[in-house]
Design a protein around this ligand. Structure first.
Ligand code: SAM
Ligand code: SF4
Length: 445
């Protein structure tokens, strides 16, 4: 019987992607298959996130909950990967001695060796180094699971926003070579993938080496080439940084219809004073100018964003500026968080005298406004016809996954409250689409 792997993922899409890669690596090396049940697993991995303190603490809590499984299965391997692993390294084993392996986002391809090392040496194996792009060369081809796939095109971040831990846990920005990305996309398309989402911590900072050329490819060029790959119908990318939103990339919305009409562009704050303290590298009017140019290129573009509330020194006046920016831009959806002090980042040293209750009240007000705006966008779409990506079949027997005979794209009429009421060829629309009712998150484009 093949060995079984249970993975618990915390955090962002990059982590979801990395978890898939961990499963691919272990499957390719030892035929290990995934399970949803930690109790029957031979390997339990936690792919962690340290962007906010809560997520980090949850890891240790969850680790404690699987500890007893070692009594039932002494050969069980418990591993911690991702950003908490990268940040804490050996300290994880010191705090939770039953952990067998600790690995970072850049060393997940070494999982089989780390497991072997743990068994050979009888003590925990820890590797949280940054061997940069080696990871991609060592990864097996991705298993195609549907019509849509993620493709990581760059890793890390060199921006060092004063609140953020990512540059310390994931290392500096490193892009994959241009041809490597195209080869991966072509392989996915040949296996029935119609939509790719290009991933990176600051994906629009992509600078990929091109074979036989001194020049680097930017994201705009990469998108143009991907649009030419037979079978690729839609292209997405996330997450973008406003500083890297070049005119060339904005023009791509004019040139490449396959580029989906959605952009996640985190702004964090609408106050120039706070943006400077965050070291974001733009002011509010520059952000709004990018939005204006994007809407000139693609009038129906859907925009979403991230906000940090209660950054050290944020006054009522600063917060009102954020509220004004929200109204000016009219985002379709957003993620908002109360500032969480992260060890080792410059913002930890900044004076933060705003009471937690004031921060919570600001967050509630902001989220309420964002919801109202999102609802208005949803309502404006009722009755419109949208092109959607079919991600699976229904219980009547049409299989899940998308092959050439299951039309990847159908026209669906949106009715009621953006719930799809019509079925075509027994296909149901993706749950994601049905549930969110939001342009930003759904699979239309
Ligand atoms: N690179 C992207 C950018 O700068 O736009 C975002 C990546 S970051 C890992 C994801 C989001 O987490 C950020 O946009 C920010 O809103 C949030 N975040 C990061 N550090 C945080 C902190 N210390 N407290 C609260 N939220 C934080
Ligand atoms: Fe973190 Fe800033 Fe880098 Fe985004 S750009 S990952 S917020 S340091």
């Amino acid at each position: 019987m093949p060995k079984k792997l249970f993975i618990r993922t915390f955090g962002c899409q990059m982590n979801e992607y990395d978890s898939d890669k961990m499963a691919d690596v272990l499957n390719a090396s030892e035929g290990i298959v995934k399970t949803d049940n930690p109790e029957e697993a031979d390997i339990i991995l936690f792919n962690t996130c340290s962007v906010r303190e809560k997520a980090q603490e949850k890891v240790f809590h969850d680790l404690g909950r699987v500890r007893h499984l070692k009594k039932l299965n002494p050969d069980l391997v418990i591993g911690v990967g991702g950003c908490v692993a990268s940040q804490e390294g050996d300290a994880i084993v010191a705090r939770a001695p039953y952990v067998d392996i600790v690995f970072g986002p850049q060393t997940l391809h070494r999982l089989p060796q780390l497991i072997a090392e743990r068994k050979a040496k009888g003590k925990a194996a820890v590797d949280v180094s940054f061997p940069e792009i080696e990871k991609f060369d060592a990864l097996p081809p991705a298993e195609v699971k549907g019509a849509s796939a993620f493709v990581s095109i760059m890793e890390g971040c060199s921006k060092f926003c004063t609140f953020c831990i990512v540059p310390y846990t994931r290392g500096g920005e490193v892009s994959r070579p241009f041809e490597d990305v195209l080869t991966e996309v072509a392989g996915l398309a040949a296996n029935g993938v119609g939509e790719v989402t290009l991933l990176g911590q600051n994906v629009n900072a992509y600078q990929g080496a091109m074979a036989g050329s001194e020049e680097m490819a930017d994201l705009a060029l990469l998108i143009e080439y991907i649009a030419e790959v037979p079978g690729i119908e839609r292209i997405r990318y996330t997450t973008s940084h406003p500083r890297e939103m070049s005119q060339r990339l904005i023009d791509t919305y004019l040139k490449v219809p396959k580029l989906v009409s959605h952009l996640h562009l985190p702004v964090q704050s609408g106050s120039d004073r706070i943006l400077a303290a965050m070291k974001r590298g733009y002011i509010a009017i520059e952000y709004k100018s990018i939005v204006r140019k994007l809407r000139a290129a693609r009038p129906d573009i859907s925009l979403s964003s991230d906000f940090i509330i209660g950054f050290p020194g944020e006054t009522d006046e600063d917060f009102e500026k954020t509220m004004k920016l929200i109204d000016d831009v009219a985002f379709d959806a957003s993620f908002s968080f109360i500032y969480s002090p992260r060890p080792g980042t410059p913002a930890v040293e900044m004076e933060d005298s705003t009471p937690a209750s004031v921060k919570s009240a600001r967050l509630s007000r902001l989220q309420k406004r964002i919801d109202e705006l999102a609802q208005a966008v949803s309502q404006s779409m009722v009755g419109s016809v949208q092109r959607v990506l079919v991600e699976g079949g229904d219980e009547d027997g049409v299989g899940h996954g998308v092959g050439p005979d299951l039309a990847d794209h159908i026209e669906a009429r949106l009715a009621g409250h953006l719930h799809v009421q019509e079925r075509q060829r027994h296909l149901v629309l993706s749950q994601q689409f049905e549930c969110t009712g939001s342009r930003a998150c759904c699979q239309h484009g």
